[in-house]
Design a protein around this ligand. Sequence first.
Ligand SMILES: *Cc1c(COP(=O)(O)O)cnc(C)c1O
Length: 218
Amino acid sequence: MTPYTGLDPRRIAENLERVRERIAAAGSDPERVEICAAIKYVPAEELPALGAAGITLVGENRAQDLLAKQERHAGLFDWDFIGVLQSRKVRDVAPNVRLIHSVASDSALRQLERHPAREVLVEVNVAGEEGKAGIAPSELRAFIERCPVPVTGLMTMPPFARRAEDSRPHFARLAELAAEHGLSRLSMGTTQDYEVAVAEGSTIARLGTVLYEGALRG
Ligand SMILES: *Cc1c(COP(=O)(O)O)cnc(C)c1O
């Protein structure tokens, strides 16, 4: 995937508006779903275009990129971490973000004890996929109890699916687990499946492609 350069804020704003319409059409309240713009393909110099388009929350995947982009544009957005959380990066990420979406290992918990985050979500491997990041539903309660910082919700990336509809049971399962554990935030849904995700209760959609597609100048 090549980086997006030459983003036009007006076109991003149109994409954002269309996303909100689709969230409403899916039966959810657009006011209650936060749109977290995934910025792994957006170079630092393009970020002001996102701000001008009305994006207020961004999510980065890599610790190094997070710090570099924040250094230039800290005040422009709220910042979340949405990538795979390597425990040795917790120190860099935790103090600098609103929310870590992807806490999924005991080594990360040990680092969080030394470098507290404000708030975290636990990533859940809802479908029990081999080799995939995420806590098993059966181990969730104990994991949350071991977490040294406040856990306010859950995140999942469902198994690869050709049709968004195939992800519905996994989103529904995550919502059920959040309810069982009294957690209010649900980070689920990307470009290909956010409509299904919000219909199942997502409170944070992590969107990249749908915001930037067709938004290049010229
Ligand atoms: C890139 C990314 C997204 C956004 O993906 P799109 O398909 O571009 O919407 C969401 N979540 C995570 C964890 C990502 O890395």
